[in-house]
Ligand binder design. Structure first.
Ligand SMILES: *Cc1c(COP(=O)(O)O)cnc(C)c1O
Length: 394
């Protein structure tokens, strides 16, 4: 073979830029392995890797060391056997569901499921001739009937908007007895406060954009479960839909995870303090927070910072929202910053089926995300905004 002419400056520059030896400095933070592909030293090495049950990374859509480090931490936290990082919570949800359902199948889902999961079911699954029935997850009698003949039982506990905490172990047992695969969205509690695999669920999904990332700087997701269940998602769906977590985002999630337990502790106590004060305010009709609803169900060991407050009819939601200073108006949650999101505004979202309308979330409900600003300052902000809301009008 002819050696390239290294005296040609263009060729020399190109050669110098094309390749890198990897170096290991034993960094305390794992590197962001920001590469699309991984090379092999020989034909035989690549051939061996293609049939190896534990192959080393070949291409980052399928596997990447930074992403794997995140997946392994999630396996440990959720007490699973395998995990897949996704580019969003919705990619984790759609991939986990689509791995198990086929045209003609039936899915059962709890009411008050996350709005975009609802839209996935009501549009995409229906188009695939897959029917979805919704049940009240707190009505065990109804749930007992529902999963019969269903291929998959989709759960979320506590639920979106109304924060209903279900007996996850009981629901998982009913799903299993009916032969349905159970998938649960555990974004609200995080693995710090709930480990659904230990309660009998088959797959746990997270929007890692929320508490796992924890700093409102990335959109990501993850699915965790047994080797068999995650293996099904990996082999039937994952490479083809291709919604894989990127290395930089995996690195941000690893950083977020370091402080997850301590953030959840701080957020739990701040949210409880604010929720209890709101519950005693005369302008408040109800506070939807699992701890205020009574004893927590088995397996839910703590509460996070997302709950909703339902004002009486005398409060103008528009004036209340516009008077808030510390709480910002925004979707999403789980970061360091406190947020408010009114149901009244969510009802006006026009693109497709609207779960806030279809599940009858009351118009006077405002969802609050409690961040890390401290409960006293947040309470003063809310009190002041409630006074402004009393001006009435729309
Ligand atoms: C935000 C959210 C999702 C979707 O996650 P993305 O990362 O935005 O795709 C799923 N479930 C719940 C409960 C959520 O709040």
């Amino acid at each position: 073979m002819n050696e390239p002419d290294a005296s040609d400056p263009m060729i020399a520059a190109t050669l110098a830029l094309a390749h890198d030896e990897s170096e290991d400095y034993a960094p305390v933070v794992p590197p962001i392995v920001q590469t699309s592909l991984f090379t092999f030293p020989s034909y035989a090495a690549m051939e061996r890797n293609y049939t190896d049950p534990k192959p080393r990374p070949t291409y980052s859509r399928v596997g990447n060391p930074t992403v794997r480090a995140f997946e392994e931490k999630m396996i440990a936290l959720e007490q699973g056997e395998d995990a897949i990082g996704f580019a969003s919570g919705m990619a984790a949800i759609s991939s986990s569901v689509l791995a198990f359902v086929s045209p003609g199948d039936r899915v059962v889902c709890v009411r008050h499921v996350y709005p975009d999961a609802y839209r996935l079911f009501e549009t995409f699954l229906k188009r695939m001739n897959i029917s979805v029935d919704y049940v009240d997850g707190n009505d065990l009698g109804a749930v007992e009937q529902a999963p019969r003949g269903a291929r998959l039982f989709y759960m979320e506990s506590p639920t979106s908007w109304m924060m209903q905490a279900h007996d996850v172990g009981a629901l998982a047992r009913l799903a299993r007895a009916a032969g349905a695969v159970s998938v649960i969205d555990n974004s609200w509690a995080s693995p710090v406060f709930q480990k659904p695999l230990t309660l009998g669920c088959d797959i746990v999904v997270h929007s890692a954009s929320k508490y796992i990332g924890g700093h409102s700087d990335t959109v990501a997701g993850v699915a965790v479960g047994s080797r068999e269940a995650i293996g099904a998602v990996r082999s039937r769906i994952c490479p083809y839909l291709g919604g894989k977590l990127a290395p930089l985002d995996g690195w941000l999630l690893l950083r977020g995870l370091r402080t997850l337990p301590i953030r959840m502790q701080a957020i739990e106590s701040a949210a409880l303090s604010v929720a209890r004060k709101l519950a005693e305010h005369p302008a408040v009709a109800a506070v939807h927070h699992p701890r205020l609803a009574g004893a927590l169900p088995d397996g839910l060991t703590g509460t996070s910072g997302l709950f909703s407050v339902e004002f009486d009819g005398g409060i103008s939601i528009r004036h209340f929202i516009d008077a808030l200073k510390l709480f910002k108006l925004g979707v999403s949650w789980g970061g360091h910053e406190s947020l408010a999101m009114p149901a009244k505004l969510a009802r006006t979202q026009a693109n497709g089926p609207n779960s806030v309308i279809d599940f009858d979330v009351p118009e006077q409900v405002v969802r609050l995300n409690i961040g890390l600003e401290g409960p006293e300052a947040l309470w003063r902000d809310l009190l002041h905004a409630i006074e402004s809301g009393k001006k009435g009008g729309d």
